[in-house]
Structures are given as C-alpha cells and as structure tokens.
Design a protein around this ligand. Structure first.
Ligand SMILES: [Zn+2]
Length: 134
C-alpha cells in the first residue's frame, strides 16, 4: 500500500491549521521525497484559498509558482496536497477532477469531525494511501 509519512506532530499541525481557517477550506502543499510507494513529507507550505470559500478551494497561479520554485530550490518534490472540506474525508467529484491534473497524494481533512485520510488517483481508480504519523 502507498504511504505518506509525516514527521512527528506534523499531522496535528495540519489539523490545527485547518481548524484555524475554518469555515474556509484550508489548503497546503506537502513537500518532500517520493520513493516507490513511500512519500515522506518534510515541509508543509500553507497557501491561501483563492476562492475564500467554505465549499471549494483554488490556488492563485503566483502562489503555485512560488511553491514550485521553493521546492526546486530545496531539492524537494511536491508529494501531496492537503485541503479541508465540509464533508467526510474522501475526494468530492470536483476533487476527483482536480486529482487528474494534480497526480500527487491528496490528504483530506473533514471539517465536520476532523478525520483525515489520503488518496491517490491511479488511472481512473482512487486508491487509499496510508498516513504514517512520524
Ligand atoms: Zn475537497
């Protein structure tokens, strides 16, 4: 099974960040190293939800560019995208469409009960990814 691992406390930090943004959907890029089935996150880059919405999110092109530039400078890859939404922690129909364009691990927190799960799109199938909390 695919795994995404975080350093100690990082998952709690993500949840704290998302709770602080609530009711807006929170967004962050997860930078690190992907090796086979293992994705390890070393940096969390919170970005603004350009939609300023409680039911959707988007990232401004300039901010996206900055994330890619920083990742390259640090010798890291974007291994995942985190967001929160007001539904169970599974990809929505819109999320699934965005997953096609952004083929990394999607970590989703539910702003209803703050459960957190991760997924990746492989072909047309959404596969669960195990979250390993450092
Ligand atoms: Zn979503």
């Amino acid at each position: 099974m695919l795994e995404i691992s975080f350093r100690q406390g990082a998952v709690d930090d993500l949840l704290k960040y998302a709770k602080g943004m609530s009711p807006l959907e929170a967004v962050a890029f997860l930078l690190g190293v992907a090796k086979g089935d293992q994705h390890s996150v070393s940096e969390i880059m919170a970005v603004n939800n350009a939609d300023k919405s409680a039911v959707s999110f988007s990232v401004a092109p300039q901010e996206l560019y900055d994330v890619y530039a920083l990742a390259e400078k640090a010798g890291l890859s974007i291994v995942g995208l985190f967001h929160s939404h007001p539904a169970p922690p599974y990809p929505s129909t819109i999320d699934k469409n965005f997953m096609k364009m952004n083929p990394f691990v999607w970590v989703i927190a539910s702003s209803i009960d703050w459960r957190i799960e991760a997924f990746i799109l492989t072909g047309s199938h959404i596969a669960p990814v195990k979250i390993v909390r450092g």
